[in-house]
Write a protein that binds this ligand. Structure first.
Ligand code: NAI
Length: 401
């Protein structure tokens, strides 16, 4: 029986997927464990589900010879020693796109609120002032939204923005198929000088560090709005502070920061704190009940798919093989060293036992190769033992149909 151990209050949608697929041995832990407590809790597990706080180090993974796959029920996977998992033949899955819609909705909401100066007016009414005026307030309809990074989130933002009548332009370093009436601009500068609202949806890292610097802000239209729900390093915060102070930019919404507080009691260190035309949120762009539910089912489905078919497509650390229709009576999942002769050893061992290969797919990644082989005939325990004992083998599993 496959034993599943879940940590960190993973959404119940995951359990629903597992039980519907016939996996009912599920242990849950509300929090994240560490050290000996974690090692004790994971013993005997074939499948592990964690979120961002459980550290799956090489030391922990080494105590789990029966572990078949890991699900990170979140976006990031740096809490897992991915290389160690790979070398042990364990694929790791995550949910990179489950919160796309949540981020897109927040961005559109911020754009509309800032165009109407609602953050400032809200503060004023709370303070006892009644500034009834249309000064500096605009409809979103007919305004131009400039999207930098037209990937999963950026393109979704564009679709939502068109629904409220915005004109959508975008800039991406790759050629992208425009959705709806969105149009690619000839350059970043062109986008900056034409957009009433600029929103950032690029990855973090060196390639996008301070992409929106002082010069880029000067290229923006006077009175424009800047929204960043991508990565904090993309915007030069001091330059943004100056652009807002001088009135060149009318407002900003930031969900991410170059340095973010580690816990709830640590304040954000930023010159933007206290500015009434700046909306600051604690990196919650993707944090909604719906995204948690989506993450639960998306990752559980990937794990179930792997357990039932061997498909590793979507794994973050493993050679990606998608499982096609079954054409034999048994399927052998063979994780091996990526060296000459590894596949020959598999074919040789199967031929010796009179097993005919009817379909085979292979993919390699670094030092590891992964082959899904469908065979006709009875694969008994002795065949499996022989495959596992081979010096090229890292791991070998059997699925029968
Ligand atoms: P994605 O990978 O689907 O799209 C990123 C796009 O940016 C790609 O089309 C890529 O070609 C483009 N790009 C890369 N470098 C560029 C550059 N220098 N100039 C213009 N375009 C460039 O990523 P996805 O899923 O849309 O995520 C976008 C960002 O949102 C990421 O930084 C991600 O970490 C962040 N994010 C933030 C969340 C939050 O809670 N605030 C939640 C989820 C994601």
């Amino acid at each position: 029986m496959t034993r599943i151990v879940l940590f960190e209050n993973i959404h119940p949608s995951a359990r629903e997927v597992f039980t519907a697929a016939g996996f009912t041995d599920i242990a849950t832990h509300a929090g994240a464990l560490s050290g000996d407590e974690l090692i004790q809790a994971v013993q005997g597990a074939n499948v592990l589900g964690i979120r961002s706080r459980t550290q799956l180090t090489d030391e922990v993974l080494a105590t789990m010879p029966d572990l078949r796959c890991v699900g990170c029920f979140c976006i990031g996977t740096n809490q897992v020693d991915l290389e160690s998992a790979l070398m042990r033949g364990v694929p790791v899955f995550n949910a990179p796109y489950s919160n796309t819609r949540s981020v897109a909705e927040l961005v559109l909401a911020q754009a509309i609120l800032l165009l109407r100066r609602i953050p400032e007016l809200n503060v004023r009414v709370h303070e006892g002032f009644w500034d009834k005026s249309a000064e500096g307030s605009y409809e979103a309809r007919g305004k131009t939204l400039g999207i930098i990074g037209y990937g999963n989130i950026g393109s979704q933002v564009g679709t939502l923005a068109e629904a409220v009548g915005m004109r959508v332009i975008f800039h991406d370093i790759e050629a992208k198929l425009p959705l709806g009436n969105a149009k690619a601009t000839s350059s970043l500068k062109n986008l900056l000088s034409n957009a009433d609202v600029v929103t950032l949806h690029v990855p973090g890292g060196e390639g996008t560090k301070n992409l929106i610097n002082r010069e880029a802000m000067l290229a923006m239209k006077p009175g424009a709005i800047l929204i960043n729900a991508s990565r904090g390093t993309v915007v030069d915060i001091d330059a943004l502070h100056d652009a807002l102070k001088s009135g060149h930019l009318a407002g900003a919404a930031l969900d991410v920061f170059p340095t973010e507080p580690k816990g709830r009691d640590e304040p954000l260190d930023s010159p933007l704190r206290g500015m009434p035309n700046v909306v600051l949120t604690p990196h919650i762009g993707g944090s909604t009940q719906e995204s948690q539910e989506n993450i639960g089912s998306e990752v559980a489905e990937k794990l179930v798919n792997f357990l039932k078919s061997g498909a590793s497509k979507g794994s973050v650390n493993f050679p990606e093989v998608s499982a096609r229709e079954v054409v034999g009576t048994a399927r052998i999942l063979y994780v091996h060293k990526n060296l000459p002769g590894a596949m020959g050893s598999l074919s040789g061992l199967l031929a010796e036992r009179g097993l005919n290969i009817v379909s085979q797919r292979l993919q390699t990644r670094g030092q590891i190769g992964y082959a899904i082989t469908d065979v006709d005939g009875q694969v008994d325990g002795a065949v499996l033992e022989a495959l596992r004992a081979h010096p090229m083998a890292v791991r070998c599993e059997l699925i029968t149909f």
